[in-house]
Design a protein around this ligand. Sequence first.
Ligand code: MFK
Length: 548
Amino acid sequence: MSFFQEPFAPSNPWVVDRALRAELERRLGVDLLATVTPSLAALGEAAAGPLADLAEQAEASPPRLVQYDPWGRRIDAISTSPAWRALKDFSAAHGLVATGYDESLGDRRRVVQAAMLYLYSGTSATFSCPLAMTDAAARVLQLHPDTAAAERLLPRLLSREPATFITSGQWMTERAGGSDVGRTNTIARPLEGSRYTLHGVKWFTSATTGEMALTLARIDDGDSPPVEGSRGLSLFCVELTPHPEGGLSGIRVNRLKDKLGTRALPTAELTLDGVVATRLGEVGRGVRNISTMLNVTRFYNAIASASGMARATWLAWDYARRRYAFGKAIADQPLHRRTLRWLESETAAALAMCMEVADLLGREEHGTASKEELQRLRGLVPIAKLTLGKQAVAVASEALECFGGAGYIEDTGLPRLLRDAQVLPIWEGTTNVLSLDLLRAQSRSGAVEIVIDDLERRSAGLSQPSGRLIERTLDALRRGLRAGLADGTIEGDARRLALGLGRCAQAVFLGETAEFDAREGHQRFATFVNHHLAGPVDWWPSSPAKEA
Ligand code: MFK
């Protein structure tokens, strides 16, 4: 009789993910966890069923750019699938953005939201990207409360009603500057008051179908030459309005990007041809003002990494229980089981990192963070984003291997896990650029030393020998940082510093959460530390001889 392999099926992450429960018990306490459980259970159930179906449909019908109508008029319409639009309605109805601003949750709001996004992102066909921009735009508008734009747009960005909910884009990258935003060429010409027209080309605009966007431009008032570099940039809010003859007023869509992954998500090149925009904040403070936005989108990027890892890991576990080789299920083969446990520990460590950042972000936004916590948040956002982005790619790759040949075949849907993971180290700042951002945070407020101090203090309370292994690495990192700062070589070592700190931070947060899952928590912690921190600490400081 012919053999056909039973296919894998998505699990309900709310049911299977013990690490998530432990994180929430730790950070919310039993009572608040009970209050938010129905929303989380609903999301978990959706992720194993209707949400996964919507995501599949959205992936199967990627966006199309229709540049001309049948009669030759330029319309530049981006056509998206009904499933993509349903993903938007779903996210409004479940309050995925609104929860981050829910006053009734006090300073726990971002922790609850992070749990929701963790359950949602990996099965959202990257609708998490428009949500990231939307949330970040809401935060920027919240910090500019007196503007008409905030009054009009903020309630809609935070709406739980699909009919009124809008999304925002973030148009930052230009041909001359992806990382070096100071090279932005778009010009803003004054109209009246804080209103301007914008003129330039935006090279990567994700979530292009949003109703608004935040962007940067250089003011040219015609009297004196525009100020060069990032000090000449101001932040603008664009509301997209239809042109009476079709398309959008003042905007041309040049083309959609042909991307490696995230194919359900429209990412476009735009020409801004006189679109009207409102300036937010002071002239010349655009980079500072948009960095609020960057910190939120980097937080989302870290959650998308953890969520993608969780999805890949649970699929690999499910398959391992259905796939038999050498006389038993591969889930019961010691070597494969160990691999799956390792994937699980990576995912739990990524989640623990997201939850620490969520905790601090919630405190910052609720006004309960201490000065030390604010500085730690400044350091941990780039560390989390860069560490988890790299980790997401490694985990997706290993998870695909768990399916053997099926992991390499398109119609299983598995290769998408790897393609979609690859954007995470790139989007919102590459690993190197964020490592340099971390050095910037150190030079301005000593954020790296503050992060190390905190981790050192906390690792002393962890179970042994793992706690000591973390302390040993932290000590090497601190010595390396000081030596590199003293002799001026720190920039070349910024990445190993950032990734080393990322591993230590994950280990500490994971170790602390272990207490809340007596059955498996300590095992996950030991697995993670053994994998990353048990070898000889021979990689610091880098010597010129090694690099030659
Ligand atoms: C899922 C969809 C996928 C679709 C495909 C996508 C492919 C990728 C498309 C992309 O291009 S994504 C965009 C990637 N680019 C970035 O993420 C930007 C990376 N660059 C940085 O992060 C730079 O560090 C930054 C532009 C923010 C700063 O560069 P500058 O011009 O050297 O500014 P500077 O002088 O360091 O900082 C200006 C102010 O902002 C300072 O404040 P003060 O003026 O008050 O002193 C800084 O302290 C502040 N600042 C900068 N970064 C900050 C920050 N404040 C808080 N947090 C930060 N992270």
